[in-house]
Ligand binder design. Structure first.
Ligand code: HMG
Ligand code: MG
Length: 296
């Protein structure tokens, strides 16, 4: 496993969308700048969703405009055509639609069934194709749902195949509430990999039960080479009760570098970015690597 792995840093979006402490647009821009400088060129910076649903993501247009001069690839979430239009007005080049493998979470998160969400995404994908915009497709609850419990791998396969056929260049598989364990994660990647090439899959694992690194390793053994992570292990979804942060970027970088996989990330700079945002939030980072390095 010595080939390259691509990291998508989701801290400024997933990491901050569930925080009670408001973080200003200027601080969000500064966070993205530090992440880019640390060697993380692909950053999810915001979401064009209802401000009533997720007030933390208000100002995403300003954040996107504020980082557009930097060398990097900036992603934003888009749930429908209204969000697409707002993303385009702000100059987004890469967007992400987000579906669920389970009905309960789909309803709670985006107020519609899984099938209805796909219908909402169709015009977004058609317009993005015409406009030359890349679209990523998230699927939540791939290893369990806070409302429906167990999720059949086939349900994930079906949504993944549909999003891929509609034109998503990459399907990011979300363990939204971090309940997965390595054998299940491996079986899921194998099942989805039978319908969508592993080269077009990403792993988006929350670390609620401390399984994320082991699950990532299992997925890597199935050939998946894109990992979503958040600096400091920030994150959670306001519509997923009990969900805690994403796997921490510094934990992922430490594991990959230890395996001989070069990430291009400067750990010192990443730690500084992590500590800076932790100070704004008023609590230390939860990640193991940040704790270990900060104690030195
Ligand atoms: P709805 O209520 O069904 O939508 O919400 P609607 O079309 O009936 O509109 C209701 C109101 O929202 C209207 O405003 C619309 O204008 C407005 P009002 O007339 O009441 O003042 N609206 C919008 N405003 C701004 N931007 C928009 C937009 N669309 C409608 N794009 C909707 C449906 C999807 C909009 C809503 O449920 C929503 O915004 N949900 C967002 C949920 C969210 O952001 N969740 C977190 C991200 S997903 C996640 O974290 C999981 C992930 O990390 C992977 C994983 O971990 O599994 C990606
Ligand atoms: Mg997430």
């Amino acid at each position: 496993m010595s080939d390259r792995v691509s990291i998508i840093e989701v801290g400024p979006r997933d990491g901050l969308q569930n925080e009670k402490t408001p973080i200003s647009v200027a601080d969000r821009i500064a966070f993205v700048e530090r992440l880019i400088d640390a060697g993380l060129p692909k950053v999810e910076v915001g979401a064009f969703v209802s401000p009533k649903a997720v007030p933390q993501m208000m100002g995403s247009a300003e954040v996107l405009r504020g980082v557009s001069h930097l060398r990097g690839e900036f992603h934003v979430l888009v749930p429908n055509e209204k969000g697409y239009e707002a993303s385009q007005a702000a100059g987004a080049k890469v967007i992400a639609v987000f579906a669920s493998a389970s009905e309960g979470f789909s309803r709670a998160n985006i107020n519609c069934s899984v099938a209805e969400s796909i219908e909402r995404f169709k015009p977004v994908l058609a317009r993005a194709k015409a406009d030359g915009i890349k679209v990523r497709g998230y699927i939540s609850c791939v290893l369990g749902c806070p409302f429906d419990g167990e999720v059949e791998p086939q349900a994930v396969v079906n949504v993944a195949r549909t999003l891929f056929d509609l034109g998503c260049y990459e399907i990011s598989l979300g363990d939204t509430i971090g309940v997965g364990t390595p054998v299940k994660a491996r079986e899921l990647m194998r099942a989805v990999g039978g319908s969508v090439p592993a080269a077009n899959l990403a792993m988006h694992f929350h670390d609620t039960y401390g399984q994320a690194l082991a699950n990532l390793y299992a997925g890597m053994e199935e050939g998946v080479r894109v990992i979503d992570s958040a600096a400091g292990g920030l994150g959670g979804c306001p519509y997923a009760p009990g969900a805690t942060g994403n796997v921490a970027t510094e934990d992922v970088v430490y594991m990959l570098e230890g395996m001989g996989i070069r990430t291009g990330v400067d750990m010192e700079k990443l730690l500084a970015a992590t500590n800076e945002v932790a100070a704004l939030l008023g609590r230390p980072p939860v990640s193991r690597v940040a704790s270990a390095l900060n104690a030195k």
